[in-house]
Design a protein around this ligand. Structure first.
Ligand code: ADP
Length: 411
């Protein structure tokens, strides 16, 4: 298939939100993927409520950010509102320059190892994965259906959060539970944030002046959701999220690793239902469960004021991070770089400092003045003598989705 246009609309549909970006791939390629190729970015929040909000920034025209508040009933109405905003800047969905729409899809199971052109059969397969991704895939499916209804003639591509992790060896991906039960219910480690881990591990190699095939990287994607991955020569060999995004690191509102028997205990002793336990572990745990705040800025502010609960939450967060750095160092054997990314990883210098503190014997250290620098560019924060490069590498999932989408439709 050959696309005529060079623009890609990236849609990230959540249960009550749609994030979008319109990119010009001609510009992003010529400028090495810089922001120059971004024509518009925006967000629809609180879909289905009275106070829905659309925030739209028309970067192409240099116009100001526009905010509209008022009820937006569903995803279809949201996408129509987005289309209207884009049209107002001459960037409408009917433009012949639009080559494709790229959709973020959280769970691709084992079947989808690559970005995939969406047809009815693909959509059905994504639906078949809803039981393993009940919190995420339904919203992604709604986004796809709505976009296809608006532009049935346009190629639409699904880019899966799980795809980068499908290279994990069987001994990494398989949980040590009864094989028949696991297989009957498709229970295994899938991993998430794959688009980010792929992008950041590649960028880290570039920062070191090497080809991805030459380097082993531990990527720490620390946003509100957080995950770690071990990437050997450009291929993921382990990652901290599992069947669902609940496993692994301490997150904003998720517990991460926990003794599974805690769930039986909550059911048998506390009388909680499966749904209540799900909500407890996904929405009321992690940093917010520990100290009442999930924003690292607020937690650091409280620590500076001597708040002990915030300090303990921080210590628990860091301890888990350290365990994963240690585990993945052992998995990789040789580590060339540790890369911090996403909201916390890119911005919270104290987190980076604390996570690497005491790891000098493992060749890892952080230089305080380099760590204090604020920048949107990939950068090293380790001292020259350190054997392992420690880096801050801003992630760009939308650009990665757009590039993968465009590569598929322009091939
Ligand atoms: P997600 O995409 O998972 O929603 P992000 O990657 O945008 O999350 O990260 C959001 C989190 O990043 C916030 O909850 C906050 O903890 C953290 N964060 C953002 N900016 C800063 C900052 N300047 N300093 C410390 N933490 C920050």
């Amino acid at each position: 298939m050959t696309a005529t246009g060079t623009r890609v609309l990236v849609l990230n549909s959540g249960s009550s939100s749609v994030k979008y970006q319109l990119l010009d791939m001609h510009d992003t390629q010529s400028e090495g993927g810089s922001a120059a190729g971004r024509l518009a970015v925006g967000l629809v929040e609180r879909i289905g409520e009275e106070t829905s909000r659309l925030t739209h920034t028309p970067l192409a025209t240099g116009g100001d950010k526009r905010e509209t508040e008022g009820p937006i009933a569903d995803h279809e109405a949201a996408l129509k509102a987005v289309a209207a905003e884009l049209s107002a800047d001459g960037l409408g969905l009917d433009s012949p320059q639009l080559a494709a729409i790229g959709h973020r899809v959280v769970h691709g199971g084992l079947k989808f190892t690559e970005p995939t052109l969406i047809d009815d059969a693909v959509l059905q397969e994504i639906e078949r994965l809803v039981p393993v991704a009940p919190l995420h895939n339904p919203a992604n499916i709604t986004g796809i259906r709505t976009a296809r209804a608006l532009r049935p003639d346009l190629p639409q591509v699904a880019v899966f959060d799980t795809a980068f992790h499908t290279t994990m060896p069987e001994y990494t991906a398989r949980y040590a539970i009864d094989v028949e039960t696991a297989d009957a219910h498709r229970i295994r480690r899938y991993g998430f944030h794959g688009t980010s881990h792929a992008y950041v591990s590649r960028k880290t190699a570039a920062l070191l002046g090497k080809d991805p095939s030459e380097v082993n990287v531990i990527v720490l994607h620390l946003g509100n959701g957080a995950s770690a991955s071990a990437v050997a020569g450009g291929r993921c060999v382990d990652t901290s999220m599992g069947l669902t995004p609940l496993e692994g690191l301490v997150m904003g509102t998720r517990s991460g690793d926990i003794d599974p028997a805690v769930t039986f205990h909550l059911k048998r002793v506390a009388g909680m239902s499966a749904d209540e336990i799900d909500t407890l572990l996904n929405k009321k745990s992690g940093l917010i469960g520990l100290c009442g705040d999930n924003d690292m800025r607020e937690i650091r502010r409280r620590i500076d004021e001597g708040d002990e609960r915030a300090a303990l939450a921080f210590d628990i967060y860091i301890h888990r991070l350290k365990k994963y750095i240690g585990a993945y160092s052992a998995v990789l054997g040789r580590v060339d770089a540790v890369a911090f990314t996403a909201g916390v990883g890119e911005n919270a210098a104290p987190v980076r400092e604390a996570a690497v503190a005491g790891l000098e014997e493992m060749g890892m250290a952080v230089d305080a003045s380099l760590n204090a620098v604020r920048s949107d560019e990939p950068r090293l924060i380790s001292p020259e003598y350190a054997r392992v490069a420690v880096a801050v590498v801003p992630t760009d999932e939308e650009l990665e989705i757009a590039q993968q989408t465009y590569a598929l439709v322009s091939a």
